[in-house]
Write a protein that binds this ligand. Structure first.
Ligand code: DC
Length: 226
C-alpha cells in the first residue's frame, strides 16, 4: 500500500507522515531529504545550482540511506551522516533551487520509486501523489496559511537555538512557496484525487487520525469489493 502526503513547507507533513508511518508499520520516505541531500552535496562540491545537467549527473551518483525508525530517522549520504546538516534554511533554499531542474527530477525519480518495492510506504513531499506515485492508494495534501506555517518553523528554529526573526522566516516560507509552485516541472499542487486537509486549526494528532481514517476507509472499500 502507498500513502502520499504532500504540501508546502511548514504544513506539518513531515511530523504527520512520520507518525502515520509508525502507526501503520510502513516505511517512511522523506523525499524533501533527497532534494536537500543534493542541495548539500552541490554546495559542498561547488556545483552551480543553476546547472541542471551537472546537478543531474551528481544526482545519479548519490548513495542515500535512511536508517532508524520513522520518528528518529537518520539520513546517510555517501556514508556521511548529514541528518542535522541538511535542516538549515540555507540548505532548504538550495534544495528548492536544485529541484527546479527537470533533469534533476528525472534522475531522482527511480530512487524514490524503489522505496515502494520494499512494502507499505508513506511518502512525503511536493509531488509524491502527482508524479512519483500517481497510483498511490491514499493521497493527502496538507495546507495551512503562510503565517501559521512560518510560526511553526520559527518555533522549531527557536527551540534549536537558531537566531532568526519571525519576519525572516515568513519571507523565506513565502519565497520557497512561490519558487516551488511556479516551477515548470512538477509544481506544488494537489493531485486531482488527493484529499485536502487544512491544518491551520488542527493538532498534529487530529491530522494523523484523519489520515488513518482515510486509510481505514480505503481498506474497507477495497476488501468489500474483492
Ligand atoms: O520538504 P522539504 O522542505 O524538506 O523540501 C525541501 C525542498 O525540496 C522544497 O523546497 C522543494 C524540494 N522538494 C521537491 O521539489 N519535491 C519533493 N517531492 C520534495 C521536496
Amino acid at each position: 500500500m502507498i500513502i502520499t502526503i504532500d504540501g508546502p513547507a511548514g504544513s506539518g507533513k513531515s511530523t504527520v507522515a512520520k507518525l502515520v508511518a509508525k502507526r501503520l508499520g510502513c516505511i517512511y520516505l522523506d523525499t524533501g531529504a533527497i532534494y536537500r541531500s543534493l542541495g548539500y552535496l552541490a554546495q559542498k562540491m561547488g556545483v552551480d545550482t543553476e546547472n541542471g545537467q551537472k546537478l543531474a549527473k551528481l544526482a545519479s551518483t548519490i548513495k542515500l540511506n535512511f536508517s532508524g525508525d520513522p520518528t528518529n530517522q537518520r539520513v546517510i549520504l555517501n556514508g556521511e551522516d548529514i541528518t542535522e546538516r541538511i535542516r538549515t534554511e540555507e540548505i532548504g533554499m538550495a534544495a528548492s533551487k536544485v529541484s527546479r531542474h527537470p533533469e534533476v527530477r528525472a534522475a531522482l525519480l527511480q530512487l524514490q520509486r524503489n522505496f515502494a518495492e520494499k512494502g507499505c510506504l508513506v511518502a512525503e513531499g511536493r509531488d509524491t501523489g502527482t508524479v512519483v506515485f500517481p497510483n498511490a492508494h491514499v493521497k493527502v495534501f496538507l495546507t495551512a496559511s503562510a503565517e501559521v506555517r512560518a510560526q511553526r518553523r520559527y518555533n522549531e528554529l527557536l527551540q534549536k537555538g537558531v537566531k532568526i526573526s519571525f519576519e525572516e522566516v515568513l519571507e523565506s516560507v513565502q519565497k520557497r512557496d512561490s519558487q516551488d509552485a511556479s516551477r515548470k516541472v512538477a509544481p506544488l499542487k494537489p493531485a486531482d484525487d488527493a484529499v485536502i486537509i487544512d491544518t491551520s486549526n488542527l493538532t498534529i494528532d487530529q491530522v494523523v487520525e484523519r489520515i488513518l481514517e482515510l486509510v481505514e476507509r480505503w481498506k474497507e472499500k477495497h476488501t468489500s469489493c474483492s
